[in-house]
Write a protein that binds this ligand. Structure first.
Ligand SMILES: NC(=O)CC[C@H](N)C(=O)O
Length: 312
């Protein structure tokens, strides 16, 4: 039981965040740094089907690295835990686009959420789906999870990530050298850029992530055990690696499995309870939404949804 209706909690958080944004805007240092907090949106979809939202929850934004969660689920479905022979499952402690670790690990990325790891996951999808693998496969998966709302593509991300993708291409070449990239580099790149450019609003993103809340077995359905196990694994990776080298801080402050993207969005999961999407474009030094993390911290405190227990 929540201490207050969810709608009230979410509305008050959005109001607090907008106040906070105004404070930041008014602060002289922020002006000097060109910091503009910009819009803020939040949406919560509960397992009971309730949708609560506030702020700019209907404004689409590119989900960027949040797509790595959906791609991971697809790849795990296709090849199972064999996947972890090609991608590790440890936090990296390095920025999301760091290449330095690949030399030490002989082309095996630390986890599926750093760029190198996500590129291997896309390589697996391209390999496994063969001719069925369209650049739009992850987008189709996302659409399939949603009950309403639209899925778009962000043209600016499509263009800039293609032209500015040299670092990602370098990582792929490096991994190919070590035998850990099997498909043509251009095909992997196209599918990767496409998934980064998927544009959703908070309402759509929260709906798309709802399947991740199903972490419990169902006594009548053996097939469900495998799915529940997968959701737990994906959630564990989100908790340990979902905010890159800010993952520890996020776990302490929020206590929910979550994945950020440089589009300013974060998808967070309260297992068996709700899927939450927040969006605010200003990023911290790790590429995580500053006000988005703050809003999730407030939500987790006020709902007691942290997987580590309610606040003391
Ligand atoms: N953290 C992110 O959202 C990074 C994704 C970005 N498109 C990249 O490849 O660098």
């Amino acid at each position: 039981m929540l201490p207050q209706p969810l709608e009230q909690i979410v509305g008050e958080i959005a109001a607090d965040i907008v106040d906070k944004a105004a404070e930041i805007e008014a602060c002289a240092d922020a002006k000097e740094e060109g910091l503009e907090p910009g819009p803020f949106g939040i949406a919560v979809v509960t397992r009971e089907g309730e949708i609560v939202h506030a702020g700019a929850a209907a404004t689409p934004f590119p989900i960027q690295s949040i797509a790595k969660v959906f791609a991971l689920e697809m790849a795990l479905c296709l090849v199972g835990r064999r996947l972890f022979e090609r991608v590790g499952r440890e936090p990296s402690g390095d920025p999301f686009n760091s290449i330095i670790d690949l030399e030490r690990t002989k082309g095996i990325p630390r986890n599926p959420f750093v760029n190198a790891g996500a590129l291997v996951i896309v390589d697996i999808l391209v390999e496994q789906l063969g001719d069925d693998m369209q650049a739009s496969a992850v987008m189709d998966f996302v659409r399939g999870q949603m009950t309403d709302g639209t899925v778009g593509l962000d043209d600016a991300v499509l263009a800039t990530e293609h032209d500015g993708g040299d670092l990602n291409r370098a990582m792929m070449s490096f991994m190919r050298h070590h035998g850990n990239l099997h498909s043509p580099l251009d095909e992997v790149m196209e599918a990767y850029v496409h998934q980064c450019a998927i544009a959703l609003d908070c309402r759509g993103l929260a709906q798309a992530g709802l399947f991740l809340t199903r972490t419990r077995r169902s006594p009548d359905d053996k097939g469900e055990d495998e799915r529940a196990k997968r959701m737990r694994e994906v959630s564990a990776l989100m908790m340990t690696c979902g905010h890159y080298d800010g993952s520890g801080d996020f776990a302490l402050r929020v206590g929910l499995p979550a994945k950020s993207g440089v589009g300013g969005g974060i998808l967070a999961i309260a297992p068996e309870i709700a899927s939450i999407a927040v969006w605010s474009p200003n990023l911290d030094q790790h590429g995580n939404s500053m006000l988005g993390v703050r809003a999730l911290e407030m939500l987790s405190h006020r709902t007691g949804w942290s997987v580590f227990g309610p606040p003391l």
